[in-house]
Design a protein around this ligand. Structure first.
Ligand SMILES: NC(=O)c1ccc[n+]([C@@H]2O[C@H](COP(=O)([O-])OP(=O)(O)OC[C@H]3O[C@@H](n4cnc5c(N)ncnc54)[C@H](O)[C@@H]3O)[C@@H](O)[C@H]2O)c1
Length: 337
């Protein structure tokens, strides 16, 4: 059934794709963002792709007065909570900022949702909560041993959401653990637009292929994997966005808190991703092996069967589509400004 859905962090990389997917499914997205890591121009792009009026509220998810106003002004029945800080390296240098925005921001949001009687919540968690897994593929029961402050803010938020659902059976909460989102909307109107040097492999390759950076540094050639480079599960951002629409439909029927992996369910090595990207952009990237990055792990990919079994969703776009769409977005500028 169509509903009004608040998307916090709705002008960010993932939130903007979710907003468009919500509109495509007949929902009305309301975006909330403080634009600390996004551009105002995203809003018009989302409106253009959504084809419906999309309201965007500018403000901080920790601002309870603002949140109360949003729930008062809009008939919101569910929230998709993407707002947060996400840079693993920065989280080590600024732990209090990360706990404040990610944990405290989620607490404030849940508090005001409770007051407003809105009890359906989809939370953007991350596969980084697993750390180095003992068994592959990683399922939702795996131990949680995050290696970074960022990962621990996600684990803490997950924990309090589970406690909340235990304490009050009215809550319907989906905790979605994303693997490695990449790619862009096929229209090339929205995509990942990191400020400064990208931290993630695909956007970095886009900018190297566009001549903005000279060379790709591959972090480690001696990992215990078939080609010596790290293996990750890359999920197309469009699949990820559609996973949120599926989670909302599922939540309507299910109380409690449920944790669900969103991944493709198979891993690709860094060298495989580079090869796929070079094919998509028709160029060979300059690259060199560097040392391993502290905190990195050799290999992880999702057991994504719970999402399919319970929500009827699975990722359908493979690595070639991720690379083709990311490159199309880069060729269209790869930025909003
Ligand atoms: N991109 C990934 O690789 C990845 C992987 C796993 C989980 N996640 C999680 O998914 C969510 C979205 O990630 P993304 O890649 O779209 O990041 P993003 O930075 O593009 O989007 C986050 C948005 O939140 C906004 N924001 C930050 N602090 C805020 C605050 N205090 N109040 C209101 N808005 C605020 C930012 O301006 C930004 O638009 C995050 O919670 C992130 O931790 C991302």
């Amino acid at each position: 059934m169509a509903s009004t859905v608040l998307v916090t962090g709705g002008t960010g990389y993932i939130g903007s794709h979710i907003a468009v997917a919500l509109a495509a499914a007949g929902h009305v997205p309301v975006l909330l963002d403080d634009f600390s890591n996004s551009e105002h121009a995203v809003v018009d792009r989302v409106r253009e792709l959504a084809g419906v009026a999309v309201t965007c509220v500018e403000g901080d998810v920790r601002d309870t007065a603002l949140l109360r106003r949003v729930f008062h002004d809009h008939p919101v029945t569910a929230v998709i909570h993407c707002a947060g800080l996400k840079a693993v390296g920065e989280s080590e240098a600024r732990p209090l900022a990360y706990y404040d925005v990610n944990v405290n921001g989620s607490l404030r949001l849940a508090e005001v949702m409770g007051e407003a009687g809105v009890n359906r919540l989809v939370f953007s968690s991350s596969a980084t909560v697993y750390g180095q897994p003992d068994v592959l593929p990683v399922d939702e029961q795996a131990a949680l041993r995050p290696h970074s402050v960022y990962g621990r803010t996600k684990r803490q938020t997950e924990e309090f959401l589970r406690d909340l659902a235990r304490a009050n059976p009215n809550w319907h909460i989906a905790i979605l653990r994303y693997f490695n989102p990449a790619g862009a909307h096929p229209s090339a109107r929205i995509g990942e637009a990191p400020r400064g040097r990208p931290n993630n492999l695909v956007p970095l390759m886009c900018r190297i292929a566009a001549g903005e950076y000279p060379e790709l540094s591959i972090h480690g050639s001696d990992w215990p994997t078939p080609d010596g480079t790290g293996i990750r599960d890359y999920i197309h951002v469009q699949d990820l966005a559609e996973g949120h629409v599926a989670a909302l439909a599922w939540l309507a029927q299910h109380a409690g808190a449920r944790t669900i992996n969103l991944g493709l369910g198979r891993g690709y090595s860094v060298l495989e991703v580079i090869a796929a990207f070079e094919k998509a952009c028709g160029r060979v990237l300059a690259k060199a092996f560097g040392p391993r990055r502290p905190g990195d792990v050799a290999c992880y990919y999702a057991d994504a069967t719970r999402a399919e079994r319970e929500m009827g969703w699975r990722a359908t776009r493979a690595l070639d589509a991720i690379c083709a769409d990311a490159w199309r977005w880069q060729q269209a500028g790869g930025r909003y400004r």
